[in-house]
Design a protein around this ligand. Structure first.
Ligand code: ADP
Ligand code: MG
Length: 683
């Protein structure tokens, strides 16, 4: 057995190193094999070399303090949680210390004794640490390897010291199993800490400098596995080469279609279409992300491309994330397309029996030129005669796997994904490493800016309803949106039913439709259609209306409990209005007193620029999920924070390109190749 495989052997096989009692305890921490154990990195360090002074604390950092307890108490709390509260001083200042659900600490912590406290600082009236680790400063250290000891996420069953011992033992005995998985020349060129040394240092650092180098190494290692995989695919595939096929470049049908539109294309739309034509005319496999803010007119672009492929003898599909959207796209083009002699079909999960069979047959025979649908298009029984173009709308809802399944149905795997999710420019390249990017950076002319107002008082809510009443009387329509809530949160947010109740009491003379997740697809479509036909004045809904719904007469959107939505969702929701020639309004209702929420609502009031909102969103959050990163592979990185490590992400992207270019797409490192294969296993 080779070293790589041994590292993935179950810990069960290490009977002489591990008390079998501990096996299950390790399993519960997610540690199943040697690799898991070695890559179970400390979440903090007890670093006696770097003890901070309370007087020097700045903000939200992870620190080690040495301070003497002044007092300990267990005051009652509103929530009923058991709390132990203490304060302590090191002579330079006082810090508050709070522990929840550990009532026994009341007795453990002794006023007058000096302790080491390790944890995250929170700033407030006074600096505070919540649930810090602590120990008597005079206590003996268990493992005398260095001044800096690891602190792992441990469990009751497997406490800190036991876990530390286990990891210490395995590193001593099995470190040699872990061979270098970054190619030699990259290690040398970028001065990267070697793998075994880094593993030793990350767990039991000699000093802070080496610890930092170890952290850098693992961020690079993790990113390399992802980026090398992405870039390598690109090198191995035909995406970057030309001459894969030939198109006749007929354009008559597209011209005819454009002449039926009541508007002409914006320059940005034209630019993007030209970019796509260019790929096609060079016989390149299209692999492109079209990014354009809400309302920038992505649909027309996709229709032009699909018609172009059709008149050059290829079928095309447009896949939407929801049935509502698919139906809307279908209805909006059906008549126009049929007038042009183009046969277009709708295919969603709701179709069954004879009807479905007929549609499938038409697609297989090539009678149907363009198919619009949902993920039902991915099903095995959907077979095309000559599929040449796939357009995926609102791509952030689809994963890489779904993209690939659909692509495999094509004669040509041309793919365009469209997204209204603005991604900060600094991230776009990394996130969509495998796609070319086109941006529609201009809205159609004549759009009036949407007026956005954050409303936080009951009296303002009344004024708002008066205002809406007036607008509805003038013939406009309005959306009211409630957040999706869990059963357990019922007290804190308005459900759709409650919202409907409130709306009907304020606006009794208007017709209200309701749209929520529990409705069946065809029921949802029916409600949407009725709203579009103005059979309702008001649509009360959950976020199902978030993506792409187009009702130009609806010029008002009210979002209740707006603090519960992310900036991205708010921006998408607001994009439901401002689609016609009427002045549109967005009301964000929130009584929040959370600073970050307030900042978010203010940004919404200040700007409509999706990119700016995305940048602000990035700035406001510490880490975590960013606009549209879910399916990118970047969001499940363990050691990289995509907000703070942007520089490293860029660096690794560059390293990967350079390396693969030099090596003609091949990686000269067995371990790295295996890691990549493992990571991209199911996509
Ligand atoms: P999105 O990019 O959000 O998908 P849509 O494609 O739904 O935007 O377009 C939004 C609205 O703008 C639609 O009503 C569409 O008909 C209209 N539209 C698209 N392109 C133009 C244009 N060049 N000039 C005027 N209106 C346009
Ligand atoms: Mg759209």
């Amino acid at each position: 057995m080779n070293a790589y495989d041994i590292s993935y052997n179950s810990l069960e096989t290490f009977t002489k190193d591990l008390d079998p009692k501990n096996l299950k305890k390790l399993y519960d921490l997610g540690i199943k094999n040697l690799h898991d154990l070695f890559y179970y990195f400390p979440r903090a360090y007890d670093d006696r070399t770097n003890i901070m002074k309370i007087g020097d604390l700045r903000g939200e950092e992870y620190v080690v303090l040495k301070a003497t307890i002044l007092s300990v108490a267990s005051p009652p709390t509103k929530s009923g949680l058991k709390m132990v509260k203490a304060n302590a001083t090191d002579g330079s200042g006082i810090i508050d210390l709070v522990w929840f659900q550990m009532p026994y600490l009341r007795k453990t912590l002794k006023p007058g004794e000096e302790y080491i406290f390790i944890g995250q600082i929170k700033s407030g009236y006074r600096f505070q640490m919540v649930n810090p680790e602590f120990k008597l400063s005079s206590s003996q250290r268990k493992i005398s390897e260095g001044e800096i000891l690891p602190i792992y996420s441990s469990s009751k069953a497997l406490p800190q010291n036991s876990l530390r011992k286990i990891i210490h033992h395995f590193i001593k005995v099995y470190l040699h199993i872990f061979q270098e998985n970054i190619p030699e020349e990259i290690i040398r060129e970028y001065n990267i800490l070697e793998r075994r040394e880094a593993l030793k240092q990350i767990h039991f650092p000699t000093n802070n400098k080496l610890l930092e180098e170890a952290k850098r190494r693992f961020a690079i290692e993790e990113l390399l596995i992802l980026e090398m995989g992405i870039v390598q695919k690109r090198f191995q595939s035909e995406y970057i080469s030309s001459g894969n096929y030939h198109l006749d470049d007929n354009k008559a049908l597209v011209k005819k279609y454009l002449s039926t539109l009541p508007f002409s294309l914006t320059n940005a739309q034209k630019k993007v279409i030209t970019e796509i034509y260019k790929d096609l005319n060079q016989g390149k496999i299209v692999n492109r992300l079209v990014q354009g803010d809400v309302g920038s007119g992505k649909t027309v672009v996709s229709m032009v491309v699909l018609l172009y492929m059709l008149e050059n003898s290829y079928q095309g599909v447009l896949m939407a994330p929801t049935e509502i959207l698919a139906v809307q796209h279908y209805l909006s083009i059906k008549d126009k397309f049929e007038a042009l002699g183009v046969s277009v079909e709708l295919l969603t999960g709701s179709f069954t029996g004879k009807k479905k069979q007929q549609i499938l047959k038409n697609i297989a025979d090539g009678k149907t030129g363009i198919v619009i649908g949902t993920h039902a298009l991915i099903e095995e029984n959907v077979v095309f005669k000559k599929l040449g173009m796939i357009v995926i709308d609102e791509q952030h809802r689809f994963g890489v796997i779904q993209r690939k399944t659909l692509r495999d149905k094509g004669v040509l795997a041309n793919l365009i994904v469209m997204s209204a999710t603005p991604i900060p420019r600094s991230l776009a390249l990394s996130i969509y490493g495998d796609l070319d990017v086109s941006i529609i950076d201009e809205l159609p002319p004549g759009r009036k800016p949407i007026k956005t107002k954050w409303i936080s008082t009951d009296s303002d809510i009344k004024i708002m309803y008066d205002f809406i009443r007036k607008k509805l009387s003038q013939g406009r329509q309005a959306y009211f949106v409630a957040p999706l809530i869990e059963e357990s949160e019922k007290l804190s947010a308005k459900s759709v039913e409650e919202l409907q109740h409130e709306v009907s009491s304020y606006l009794p003379n208007f017709k209200i439709g309701v749209l929520h997740g529990k409705l069946k697809n065809n029921e949802k479509d029916e409600v949407m259609k009725q709203f579009k036909n103005h059979e309702f004045d008001i649509l009360v809904a959950t976020t199902v209306i978030e993506v792409g719904v187009d009702v130009p007469n609806s010029s008002i959107i009210v979002i209740s409990d707006a603090q519960r939505f992310g900036l991205s969702a708010l921006h998408q929701l607001r994009g439901r209005v401002g689609r016609g020639s009427y002045q549109s309004y967005c009301f964000l209702i929130s009584k929040t007193d959370n600073d970050t929420s307030k900042a978010r609502l203010q940004i919404m009031e200040e700007t409509e620029d999706g990119f700016k909102i995305a940048e602000e969103d990035l700035r406001l959050r510490k880490s975590g999920e960013i606009f549209g990163t879910k399916q990118s592979g970047l969001s499940d990185l363990k050691f990289v924070d995509i907000v703070h490590d942007i520089k490293t992400i860029k660096l690794v992207k560059e390293i990967s390109y350079r390396y693969l270019q030099r090596h003609k797409g091949q990686i000269d490192n067995v371990f790295l190749n295996k890691d990549i294969a493992e990571k991209f296993k199911e996509s």
